[in-house]
Ligand binder design. Sequence first.
Ligand code: GLU
Length: 280
Amino acid sequence: MKLRKVSAAAAAALVLSLTATACGGDDDKDSGSGSGDGGTIKVGIKYDQPGLGLKEPGDKFSGFDVDVATYVAKELGYEPDQIEFVETKSADRENALARGDVKFITATYSITDERKEKVDFAGPYLLAHQDLLIKADSDISKGTDLNGKKLCSVVGSTSAQNVQKEIAPKAQLQEYSSYSECIANLQSGAVDAVTTDDSILAGFAAQDQYKGQFKLAGLKLSNENYGVGVKKGDTATVDKINAALEKMVKDGAWDQAVKDNFGPAGYQNEKAPKIGVIVS
Ligand code: GLU
């Protein structure tokens, strides 16, 4: 009799703990404690950037940012099946971290002084450069050629900011919420060019449905130092992630991720950055 009561209580406790693990709440703990306690960790990525962060049919995720996130999560104590990927579009990243929706973000997220006021960064783990994607027969060949032209980029990105501030202030900039929308507009002829990081543009250009249609201008219009975004003040997680990134480069996993994800697009990446060194 007594025994039965104890087991019922134990079963109830188990159900409770499973429920607590399974239900994604919105407090900080639910994004992952970083202690590898058998729970899950929430990680922000892009869902529509081939080669970097892509949600594929069957809830599969691929890309360099996904591989970096998976390596980092493992070092924090989480196996791949304990990672819950969450879409963090360019304009949503700071808020997602501030709200505690995700523990960290690997989403082509450039480290900038402005962003550092709101979030902390580990890294950098990749150096990319802003470029233009244009139709294969386009005669646009430099940044200033964009003045007066229709240009597409994404709200909340450094790419859109750089165009307005420096590259071509007189371009007719259209800002969408994701780069895949810009690519569709380039294909239809609604815009003359798409601007963002070369790493992202190369991934789109290599897609079967776009092969032969587009080219990268190859302009290196900026330096984009990709960091792992973390909630402001969470220095313990920043330190752990920096150690994970250093290990990833040392043990060859970084090179392998480059080969797997950038190889198919023929993207010539820069060598692995040094942790804490920003190329301005
Ligand atoms: N790396 C740039 C940024 O963080 C452009 C790519 C993006 O929007 O994710 O804004």
